[in-house]
Design a protein around this ligand. Structure first.
Ligand code: MN
Length: 736
């Protein structure tokens, strides 16, 4: 139980000699007077809370004004009828008043809604950019509230613990205050997953009990070694925190027994040189685990953390981690930036603060000049959440995605229907390729078209979130079963052909029918389906496929060598009639007249540089050379030989009159007549409109027209005609 004895705290502060104890006492007396009669939920006098917060702030080695602010931090909110910020400013100065004000403003639940959370994070950072001490006092406030969370309702416990885990602990980590960070995480975990927490706690105690002597033994050995070199040092032995173990077990899917940095020794020495000397001594005494040495002295972590880390094998083959650091590094590690206020006062302290703020800014600066507060905030957010991003919908709602996500992830995060009808995306108002990697702070808009046939299989390779991946798979699974089965059959055939013996469709089906139950599927079609939508890879069938093949297909039959063009024309005979017109427009690999179709992702027009792709059974699809799918596809070695050169024939334009479909994204200032005006403009040019979708956002309207046109020149003239309308801001060529 922690002490709420304020006199004991005063005595400690006074003894340290570097504080204005009278001012600190005055702030306590005022807080005590103001909170008198108020109770905490536990029934205790309210004043114990500010006292505890002041103690934590003092222990973080913050300055006089921070301790005063800690005592007063809840007065403005809880005693507004008796005290104002002006009163505090008058009695304790601007610094104290500003910190109290900053802390008060942060008294908003962060986790109620994502949007609110990000807005409050911003406020928090704004406060921070004014004075870091606000954050320290706020963290101390949260730490005491977490220590006393058991009296709250289960709902409150959960929401406060979540907020602590998602907002406060990462901030403590960023500021390098390991002590507060670890305690916050451990306390939060005990409420968020009490069962997991207790399990690990029990395991930890058991393991520690079983090898109680291990740490003592290792400590003793190390001490002996260091003494021989006459190095001045301090040794600390410890076991890994419950939350670090928990995180390792869950993130890296390890069992408790696989945590091999369970034990750690910390050696604190006087100079940097000593650190390296100690490292040498340790490596001489014990065998080190390869790949576990880290020199955070020469390359400090972003939060200023510096130390040498190594893992060595101790008695009984038990590994333990050794951290070696100087006293200065130790203080920074424990208290983060707060350590820099120590021993500094007045002008010197302000200068130190400025230096640190400057450091944080430069640390977080992107390529922007850093003067723009929004840029600064954006950089801060990215740094704080380096494995996730926050982007905005046009309405200002926040969507949280894993880092590296694309507009496709965003679309599926909104709704699977949005993802399935997605045809393009805008970031900050500009059309971008749908596989663009999103950054925190961007405004993302999804362009949809009700006629869209659904997602492309290639999307699976550029999405980051499992949500998007699952929804895309689900789409193929549900809506494309027939096609999936067909694709699955072709994939299996390709695999079987590698075995070099001829086989019939019936044999193929027989093989798969006997494999299906072994792979957990009811029947062959389910297995084909799964292969078709990408849920199952033929590679996974591995030797089982080969075994079945050898069982079903007799080895006497000679190999049938498929010839590429013949193969294509055989497979696409059905489609031939439909494709004739386009076949006459394009030459593929110098072979005229093979079945081609134009890819919906880029809708190539005569005049565009094009390339062909041998599809799995639907002839050759023609893409624009600069289509995203092409650029991605060419990177995949397994598909490289399916890309074939293609060019337009002389007849292309003639055949294409009214034959090619192109898509135009028109961005315009909204007027009631805009759609009508543009439709009329197109009709006047005798351009057939094949589809139209619109989307309004604020004063902007985005229209996607599908139009029939001849070639790129024709399209250019259509674009310039549309641009003549005053309301039109931009027209770009887009996708379906
Ligand atoms: Mn408080």
């Amino acid at each position: 139980m922690e002490s709420y004895d304020v006199n004991e705290l005063f005595a400690r502060i006074d003894a340290s000699g570097s504080y204005d104890i009278d001012k600190i006492k005055r702030s306590y007396y005022l807080a005590e007077e103001l909170h008198r009669g108020q109770k905490r939920i536990s029934g205790e006098d309210y004043i114990i809370h500010p006292v505890a917060v002041a103690r934590i702030v003092y222990e973080c080695q913050l300055d006089t004004n921070s301790i005063c602010a800690a005592f007063l931090h809840d007065t403005i909110e809880d005693c507004s009828d008796r005290v104002t910020l002006a009163d505090i400013r008058e009695q304790f100065g601007k610094d104290v008043a500003d910190i109290v004000d900053g802390v008060t403003k942060l008294n908003i639940p962060f986790e109620t809604k994502q949007e609110a959370s990000i807005r409050n994070l911003r406020k928090m950072f704004l406060a921070m950019s004014k004075d870091l001490r606000v954050i320290f006092v706020k963290l101390a406030d949260r730490l005491h509230n977490m220590r006393t969370l058991s009296v709250r309702t289960p709902e409150k416990q959960r929401s406060i613990a979540l907020e602590t885990m998602h907002v406060y602990a990462p901030i403590a980590h960023r500021l390098g205050i390991q002590r507060i960070k670890q305690e916050l995480e451990t306390l939060a975990l005990s409420y968020l997953d009490p069962i997991g927490f207790q399990e690990i706690k029990k395991d930890t105690e058991k393991r520690y009990g079983e090898s109680k002597d291990f740490l003592a033994d290792a400590t003793q050995k190390v001490a002996k070694g260091l003494d021989a070199y006459k190095i001045h040092y301090k040794l600390e032995g410890r076991v890994k925190s419950i939350y670090s173990i928990y995180k390792k077990m869950y993130n890296q899917n390890k069992s408790f027994d696989e945590i091999y940095d369970f034990y750690a020794l910390r050696i604190i020495v006087d100079t940097e040189l000593d650190c390296y000397t100690v490292l040498g001594i340790i490596h001489e005494m014990f065998n080190s685990v390869p790949g576990r040495f880290k020199d955070y002295i020469s390359t400090p972590k972003q939060n200023l953390y510096r130390s040498l880390h190594t893992t060595v094998i101790g008695t009984g083959g038990i590994p333990f981690e050794v951290q070696i650091r100087t006293w200065e590094m130790h203080e920074v590690a424990e208290y983060g930036l707060a350590a820099h206020w120590k021993y500094k006062s007045g002008e010197q302290a302000n200068q130190a603060l400025d230096e640190k703020l400057h450091w944080i800014r430069s640390l977080l600066e992107t390529d922007a000049d850093g003067n723009d507060p929004d840029e600064f905030l954006q950089a801060l957010k990215i740094d704080l959440f380096d494995d996730e991003i926050f982007v905005f919908t046009p309405k200002g709602d926040v969507v949280n995605l894993p880092a590296g996500s694309t507009p496709i992830d965003f679309a599926y995060a909104i709704h699977s229907a949005v993802g399935n009808k997605m045809v393009g995306a805008k970031v900050n108002g500009n059309i971008v390729p749908i596989d663009t990697v999103l950054q925190t702070g961007q405004i993302v808009e999804v362009l949809t078209n009700p006629n869209s046939k659904g997602p492309s299989r290639d999307w699976l390779s550029c999405v980051r979130s499992s949500e998007a991946r699952n929804k895309i798979r689900m789409f193929f699974k549900r809506e494309m079963r027939a096609e999936n089965i067909e694709l699955g059959k072709q994939a299996v055939e390709r695999e079987l052909r590698r075995y070099g013996r001829r086989f019939t469709d019936a044999q193929r089906d027989q093989i798969m029918a006997s494999l299906a139950p072994r792979m957990g599927f009811a029947e062959a079609d389910d297995l084909y389906n799964s292969i078709g939508f990408g849920g199952m890879d033929t590679v996974k069938l591995g030797t089982k496929l080969k075994e079945e093949f050898n069982r079903v297909v007799s080895p006497e039959l000679p190999e049938q060598k498929p010839k590429q063009p013949a193969l294509i024309s055989e497979q696409s005979e059905r489609e031939e009639r439909k494709a004739r017109k386009s076949s006459e427009s394009v030459i593929v690999d110098n072979v005229e007249g093979c079945a081609v179709k134009f890819a919906k992702c880029c809708s190539p027009l005569p005049g565009d540089r094009i390339i062909g792709f041998i599809t799995k059974g639907y002839g050759i699809s023609i893409h624009k050379y600069d289509c995203v799918n092409v650029q991605n596809g060419l990177k995949r070695p397994e598909e490289r030989d399916r890309w074939v050169t293609a060019s337009w024939t002389d007849r292309a334009e003639k055949h294409a009159l009214g034959g090619f479909e192109a898509f135009l994204n028109v961005f315009a200032t909204y007027t009631p007549n805009i759609i009508a005006e543009l439709t009329v403009a197109l009709r006047d040019m005798k351009v057939e409109i094949t589809s139209l979708s619109t989307k309004e956002s604020g004063d902007t309207i985005t229209m996607t027209f599908g139009v029939r046109c001849g070639d790129t020149g024709h399209l250019a003239s259509i674009i310039s005609a549309l641009r003549k309308n005053d309301a039109v801001r931009d027209v770009t060529r887009g996708n379906v």
